[in-house]
Design a protein around this ligand. Structure first.
Ligand code: GDG
Length: 474
């Protein structure tokens, strides 16, 4: 079996006890631990000079990490990746800016990383590249003569062509993406946006079997919704139920109902609208005063990007305002916690709560929604209130699906969730656990890698046939 090389912007911290908050890290590490292989990417450190990767082996996973210079970090990571691509791909062109030098830095770092990886590659390795920081990575490897199969998975949404075209180098980026052998998206809608860009722009064609022919390349384009390991999460949630912080929360609630939200602090997650919809519930239904609290855990990320500083400031203001308006001496409506928690503890906290409140304005998938469902006690499960704009909404039929721009609808859904009878909660939970088990994280990884292996074998067979035909003709 060929070796799996995973490439992502950030390699998850390798030390135990330093959980990486972030869906990509969780998904990739769990998937890689099962197959073994190499994980290559940025160490998270800034350095004065680029140098060879640091290699560290842990179990069956080898970590190969490199530092970025301050200039690379500013242009590639903080700049083009997180101030241009991230907002635009989440339909926030209003927060996006374009700077030509940052884009050159983005391309330069992709070239440097490709050179560093090339030195580690063996001829039969298969390479799986992740996320928007690395759209041109296969192009850079191909320019260096790398022939290995290379796949790409986008963890975030892929915008419709009209929105994508607001990023000035959109065509170069899409052309680069066509250097991969397989390009995977979270949902069918994202896959369709990519195909629409290719076809409507007359850059190529697609066929029923998911193959795209564009810019002189054949590639497989598909939807591969990322999953979780629901049974492992259920077990952790149950085991951690008696840990001190979980007990304290339970005792502190004194019979009140609990609405729980966990997100990286990011404007795409819809936290302001979520707080305001909770406020609307308190306005419309005073009977809930003193009887329900919202706990929002939001560990800060990308705190040196200005849009992230602004959202943090706004949220602090909103939490203070709403609490000031409704709090009583023995009741705080919103507990807003700006820090990271241990992962197993989070699952146990989910299990304590009656409502999982997951309302991003746009999200590739959203693993928290899936983790919330998996953490529940099947005998007395909580209810998931979920945004229609999370990829997860396609896969969680038992959720109360809401439009996060409609505060009244969200407030009504919260009230319905808080009052839902046990039999309905149980039925909805069972409806969601079945697809979570069927499409778990291994299925995501295996489906993607199977397509990558197939396409690679098929394209080398096609290349041989073309060469043979050519030789015979001469
Ligand atoms: C990207 C896409 C896609 C959160 N707080 C803590 C913590 N977390 C964990 C959650 C969950 C993960 O981080 C967050 O994953 P999401 O999927 O919700 O969101 P993104 O980070 O934006 O991930 C997303 C994902 O990639 C995978 O493809 O679903 O759409 O945006 O697992 O539990 N973990 C710990 N402490 C925290 O305080 N330990």
């Amino acid at each position: 079996m060929s070796r799996l090389i995973v490439v992502s912007n950030r390699v998850a911290p390798t030390q135990e006890g330093r959980p990486a908050a972030g869906g990509l890290a969780i998904g990739v590490l769990d998937a890689l631990k099962e197959t073994g292989g190499v994980w290559f990417g940025w160490s998270g450190e800034t350095v004065s000079e680029p140098s060879a990767p640091v290699i560290e082996k842990q179990g069956n996973v080898t970590y190969a990490t490199v530092g970025l210079t301050k200039r690379d970090y500013d242009q590639y990571y903080r700049g083009f990746s997180n101030a241009t691509l991230w907002p635009t791909f989440h339909y926030r062109n209003d927060l996006s800016r374009y700077d030509r030098q940052e884009y050159s830095g983005y391309l330069r770092v992709n070239v440097t990383l490709a050179r560093q990886l090339k030195a580690l590659l063996k001829p039969d390795d298969i390479i799986w590249v992740h996320d928007y920081h690395l759209l041109p990575f296969a192009r850079c490897l191909r320019d260096l003569g790398v022939k290995n199969p290379i796949g790409f998975f986008l963890h975030i949404p892929f915008p419709v062509p009209e929105v994508l075209r607001t990023v000035p180098p959109h065509e170069e980026l899409v052309k680069c993406m066509c250097s991969y052998d397989v390009v995977g998206f979270q949902t069918d809608a994202d896959r369709q946006s990519f195909v629409d860009y290719i076809e409507r722009g007359q850059h190529g064609t697609s066929s029923e079997d998911g193959m795209v022919h564009a810019y002189d390349r054949f590639l497989k384009v598909g939807a591969y919704p990322i999953g979780i390991y629901p049974d492992a999460i259920a077990k952790a949630a149950e085991q951690f139920t008696d840990r001190k912080p979980v007990r304290s929360l339970r005792e502190g609630m004194r019979g009140r109902k609990l609405i729980m939200s966990v997100d990286r602090l990011d404007y795409s997650k819809g936290l302001v609208e979520r707080f305001q919809a909770f406020e609307r519930l308190l306005l419309n239904a005073p009977g809930w005063h003193g009887r329900v609290s919202l706990v929002q855990i939001a560990p800060p990320t990308r705190s040196d990007v200005s849009t992230y500083q602004r959202i943090r400031h706004t949220l602090e203001g909103e939490a203070g305002r709403i609490n000031g308006r409704f709090a009583q001496l023995d009741w705080t409506p919103i507990q807003y916690l700006n820090r990271k928690y241990d992962r197993n503890l989070l699952m146990a906290l989910f299990r304590q709560s009656q409502v999982g409140y997951v309302t991003p304005l746009r999200d590739g998938m959203n693993l928290v929604a899936k983790e919330y469902v998996a953490s529940q006690d099947p005998a007395d499960p909580g209810v998931l209130v979920l945004s229609q704009f999370a990829g997860a909404a396609e896969q969680l039929p038992g959720a109360l699906v809401v439009n996060p721009f409609d505060l009244s609808q969200m407030a009504e859904a919260l009230e319905r969730a808080l009052s839902m009878p046990l039999a309905e909660r149980q039925a909805r939970h069972a409806d969601m656990m079945a697809p979570l088990r069927e499409n778990n994280l291994s299925v995501w990884r295996d489906n993607f890698l199977a397509d990558l292996r197939n396409v690679a074998t098929a394209s080398s067979a096609t290349a041989k046939a073309v060469k043979l035909a050519h030789a015979q003709a001469n």
